[in-house]
Write a protein that binds this ligand. Structure first.
Ligand code: NAD
Length: 343
């Protein structure tokens, strides 16, 4: 049998714990930035989504001509009732030349890290210089990673928290206090965002929500909107978008899934790669409201899989799966059965 390198959920957690969460997010940030800057080398498509009343299951493919990658990911906001996370994922890298899988990995934990890394990649170009405070609206699985990433990359040291679930905010407060961050628990979204330089919305509800409205926002705030990522699932009121400079990952996908699904099809947006390569300007004045309408794009997972593969190999955390049969005569697939019978 041929052995495919595999990083398990436990292996990934050990790797992140030993290498350090901040260091891993930094490494992912650099890998994602590198790949966004070679945007035109990738064969890209919007992800393939299968919707149900409870959630969505998606396949996210991408290729740079040498390596093909995909992620399987779901989004089921009521999964806590089944003691399951809202988002679960795994991914694969394969050789374009032969199709042979080269790496298979858990991506539930790593999606949270890569999302935080992508959020700070955008915010470091779009937030006002000197931003120090952040509102976190939605205090679920993604939230600690957002806080750690923004603290490390932008120097954010004050966090305003709000969630409709008090226990979620309690858990996040406890973890952020352990990290020595300054935390304020708020009674409403409006209170949480009132003094924030940066806002992350990471709510999960399969509904056309307007968690943020225009009247709540200070001039110059940067909004990192990660929870509106599916048709019929939004977080921002259209007036927020209409009064902001809006940035997206891959425009064809975000028009379907992002908060801009509420806007006309010619509503102007700028793709993140254009800012990173100098084709487009990011923030153009201090009082401007900027929005990163993030839905999560396949390129980020491709970069994350490559980074985690290298790190796991270097740190000896790879396991091996017998996924693809080895045949001395590749045309004799049938022979595998008789060989198994003799074994
Ligand atoms: P989660 O279910 O663990 O947490 C979501 C939290 O939002 C819950 O605690 C819930 O109580 C809270 N919430 C729901 N409605 C709210 C409201 N109106 N106001 C305040 N809080 C509210 O989910 P998660 O894994 O943290 O993911 C959060 C969101 O981010 C999901 O929508 C998910 O699909 C999305 N996501 C996006 C990306 C991306 O790349 N853009 C990546 C991962 C997850």
């Amino acid at each position: 049998m041929m052995n495919t390198p595999f990083l398990s959920a436990q292996g990934a957690a050990i790797l992140v714990s030993r290498h350090g969460l901040s260091r891993c997010i930094r490494g992912l940030h650099d890998a994602i930035a590198h790949d966004f800057k070679r945007w035109e080398q990738f064969e890209k498509s919007a992800r393939l989504a299968t919707h149900s009343a409870e959630g969505v299951i998606e396949i996210m493919p991408i290729s740079d001509g040498q390596t093909y990658g995909f992620k399987y990911v779901n989004g089921h906001p009521n999964n806590h009732r089944h003691e399951l996370p809202t988002v679960m994922a795994f991914g694969v890298l394969a050789s374009v030349q032969t199709g042979l899988p080269q790496f298979i990995s858990e991506l539930t934990l790593i999606t949270a890290l890569r999302t935080a890394a992508t959020s700070v990649l955008a915010a470091s170009h779009l937030a006002k210089p000197g931003a120090r405070s952040m509102a976190l609206i939605g205090n679920g699985a993604q939230s600690e990673f957002q806080a750690v990433a923004f603290h490390e990359a932008l120097g954010i040291d004050r966090f305003y928290l709000y969630d409709t679930d008090l226990f979620a905010t309690e858990r996040l407060t406890h973890h952020l206090n352990e990290l020595g961050f300054h935390v304020t628990r708020c009674k409403s979204v409006a209170q949480a965002v009132a003094r924030a330089d940066v806002i992350t919305t990471a709510t999960a509800a399969k509904t056309r929500a307007h968690v943020l409205t225009r009247d709540m926002l200070r001039p110059g705030v940067h909004i990192n909107a990660i929870g509106g990522d599916c048709p019929g699932k939004t977080e921002l009121h259209p007036d927020v978008l209409g009064n902001a400079r809006v940035f997206v990952e891959y425009e064809p996908q975000t028009r379907i899934e992002g908060d801009i699904q509420q806007m006309p099809s010619d509503f102007p947006v700028i793709q993140l790669w254009e800012v990173l390569t100098g084709f487009a300007l990011g923030r153009t004045h201090a009082d401007q409201i900027t929005v990163f309408d993030s839905v999560g794009f396949a390129l980020e997972d491709f970069s994350a899989l490559r980074y985690m593969h290298e790190l796991a190999e270097e740190k000896g955390e790879l396991e091996y799966l017998s996924l693809i049969p080895h045949m001395s005569n590749p045309k004799n697939l049938y022979g595998l059965i008789s060989k198994a019978e003799c074994a």
